[in-house]
Write a protein that binds this ligand. Sequence first.
Ligand code: MRU
Length: 365
Amino acid sequence: MKVNGKHYRTIWLNANGWAVDIIDQTRFPHEFETVTLWTPDDAAVAIKDMLVRGAPLIGVTAAYGMALAMRQDESDEQLTQAYDLLLRTRPTAINLKWALDEMMKTLGPTPRSQRADVAYARAAEIADEDVAINQSIGRNGFEIIKAIAAKRKPGDTINILTHCNAGWLATVDWGTATAPIYTAHDAGVPIHVWVDETRPRNQGASLTAWELLHHGVPHTVIPDNTGGHLMQHGQVDMAIVGTDRTTAQGDVCNKIGTYLKALAAHDNGVPFYVALPSPTIDFNVVDGVKEIPIEQRSGHEVSHMTGRTSDGRIETVEIVPKGSKVANYAFDVTPAKYVTGLITERGVIAANREAIARAFPERAG
Ligand code: MRU
């Protein structure tokens, strides 16, 4: 997508042809800065400290982390060490393991002397595949938006609620939940997006709002607790969220707070869609509530907030009394029964075992 008229992906090869450049997402929304990853450890830190985040982008960064590792040393030991190092960074988004397994499948049988070249090529392929998947999700989700628009007066605005950031910053380009939104907006359908701020890291307020603003999509940032009220008053036509891991039976793990939005949508008859690239499906897991490991992050993310002061300084302040305990569960699981449909690269499918296996038979086994 474009930033000040220049096309960016979220990850690309440095001008030197081998290091990897990323956008430092911890600086948003006030600063746009890029950072260069030189080593597999740099890639691991970028994922762990959320300079890059969002399930698809985490996967691609890990793939490039393997390429950086192979450039240092093409041995079997290095391969295994880099895999373990990168896998440990974040536990919930399954794209991380998916991408690392893809790299292992490719690099394992490759002769040592060719591993670095092959690793860069496979990482680039995974990045390009992500863009193509998201464009298809955009086209398929646009059909749903068109169907909703067809029931309205011509020119009526379609109000879409989203949670966290499942935009182009969470992927290589286009985004998952935002792909249908950008596609519809670019086609001239009037869209307005309710952006959940998404405490504690504020991915909605800092990232989704920034993206939509730059693309010219009308939007309003709302505190996380507002969605239910808006739905009760007919101000939400549909919700589209992303996912960090979706199970074989269609349970959707996503940023904390997603489940509450799904319950409110269910109670108010608002369609609740999940944009789901196939690498985010974990066919080894069935019951999402019981089986998906939920990342618990530092309490500092809850007890402190960072922002820009009126004189332009970026400052972090404490918002919780010293001595109060805090908890920081990063994700929750929305059971499949609350999901209206999964917008995948192969079409919009029901959130159940049969439909998912039918759409992706080569992965379902
Ligand atoms: O902790 P994050 O920012 O990596 O989590 C990302 C999300 O949960 C997003 O909402 C998203 O839907 C999944 S990535 C497309």
